[in-house]
Design a binder for this molecule. Sequence first.
Ligand SMILES: Cc1cc2nc3c(=O)[nH]c(=O)nc-3n(C[C@H](O)[C@H](O)[C@H](O)COP(=O)(O)OP(=O)(O)OC[C@H]3O[C@@H](n4cnc5c(N)ncnc54)[C@H](O)[C@@H]3O)c2cc1C
Length: 612
Amino acid sequence: MNKITRRNFVNGTLMASGASLLPLKILDSQAAMAALDSSYYPPALTGLRGSHPGSNDHAHALAWGGGSVGGSMTKLSETYDLVVVGGGISGLAAAYFFQQQHGAEKNILILDNHDDFGGHAKRNEHVINGNTYISYGGSQSIVEPKYADRVVLDMFEDIGIDLKRFNSAYDLDFYKRHGLGGVTYFNKEVFGQDKLVQHPYCNYPNYVEGLPGGRLSHEDAAAAAPLSEKGRAQLLRVLNGGLHTLNVQEADLQDYIDNHSYFDYLKNNLGVDDPGVLRMARHSGLDWGNYSAELMSIAEAKSCGAMGFAPKAVYDEENPYIYHYPDGNASIARALVKKLISGVAKGSNAEALVLAQFDYAELDRPGNPVRLRLNSTVVNVRHGGNPASASEALVSYVNGNQSFQVRARNVVMACYNMMIPHIVSDLPKEQAAALSLQTKSPFVYTSVGLKNWRAMKDSGIGVAMSPGNMHQAVLMDFPVSMGGYKFTDSADQPCVIQMISCPFGSFGAEPEAQFREARYRMLSLQFDDYEEEIRRHLSGMLASNLFDFDRDVASISVNRWAHGYTFAGPGDSVRLGRQPFGRVTVANSDSAPGADAKTAVMMAHRAVNELA
Ligand SMILES: Cc1cc2nc3c(=O)[nH]c(=O)nc-3n(C[C@H](O)[C@H](O)[C@H](O)COP(=O)(O)OP(=O)(O)OC[C@H]3O[C@@H](n4cnc5c(N)ncnc54)[C@H](O)[C@@H]3O)c2cc1C
């Protein structure tokens, strides 16, 4: 069977029935996006998603080439009260707060380089046996809403996000009912044999609310690991280890763990030198950290549940990790877009929008006060005169290969902050230098549509740590049913599983260098490479009498986030970088800094308040 033809991937992009991404035709200077067909529906696309092919081309040309991008410029006769650069949660929230403060009749343009809105909050849909299954391609859940500022909670309420609803929508009993837990898959390529052990060896799976812990004692888990005898003994020392093994007075403990390396602790205190054990440790923090565990202090390793720290509740009882829409935080983005552009979908709250088909042709409708223009990379923002007194700024963007310019009385830069020095050409040098110190870590979140999950169930897999593979964790999607959407409750039904990859660079290199190396590697892989890796991973992990990749996998969305979690520059650089400048202010969760949806909203609120 031809694996490519079977799923109709076209260069890693599925033109699903009812979904097309037609080349944009520019009808006239007023309607750059009016050419979006009503069948344009990017959530239904599979293949390479996230930072999909083409989305970063103009930005990279600008950042790496340093020159101008795009062809000859068309100056549109469009002037906006506000132009927002970046249509992630922060950019959408900035438009929302601007309307709240200045009136719904103010006209706003939101520009984003992707083919969909939401930024990291990305909806993935998989059509399996004719039915649509919803999942997420990035930002997963609302984290600790109990600690949200009133500003965020009020916005949530206004756009129809009911946090109480998750108490019943999230099926806490799901994992127990189906016998699923935290396990580890050791692959043949790295560990010499394909083996599944009913123990996660780390705290990572513990964040999945309702997931039972490992079924084996530490002794049995260490004995079951496919390591040398010496390696198994070392693994047991790590599992039984913890802060109590440090010979440090209680009063000095915090200082000690803040300033001592996790890997030094493993090597020097616990005598670990087995490459298999060190590899398991390196990959055990995943996206609960921001970088590879050999760079962490003991305190960082402990807080992200790296191997060797006793399982603990990740969140307190009043903040369970249940605030997950079927499409993750894409539902926040959709609820914001619905609030800003009411004709885009039917449904008066986020839950009612879960199954709503959005009409993307409505996003950039001339005459609407708020317009959202996709596939549009902003390449230049400059003031029309002296920034201190200018009454407007000129915003240039590239759509397709054509350049356009609009005028804006105010601009909120809600894009990746490290790109701002390349875009805002009259920015003061010190501010540009501060912004240039920021970076972001890369991730891959892959969603896989399965025709049934019998093999996952029979292997007891709720979360499978996979220290030998590119995707270091495989997990069932979160068991949430709402808005008419029903999560699977039978292993013979289709479902979507998630595979999470935190790609690292060369062992021991500084985080920035590792991000760069891993990012290039990630972007250089084609869809076929990812598909082959996923085929090897799932086929090695799941019993061959229950799982056949070609038979059971219906669709794959590889969401590559070349620029994922924010990684702040040193000292005061973030505060310096986000200073208002003339008609321009800075939002995005980078400007806090923090990789969190609540933070993205708060930064939007601040940026709108700071507008001159
Ligand atoms: C894989 C992943 C998982 C995450 N999981 C969670 C989670 O579970 N919970 C949570 O709270 N947070 C999570 N986060 C953090 C997430 O970053 C924030 O929650 C939030 O979504 C950030 O929103 P934002 O608008 O600040 O940035 P983004 O979502 O990055 O949006 C910025 C937008 O600006 C666009 N842009 C950049 N440059 C330009 C340009 N020149 N012109 C036009 N547009 C441009 C970008 O492409 C992007 O679409 C996750 C992040 C990642 C990467």
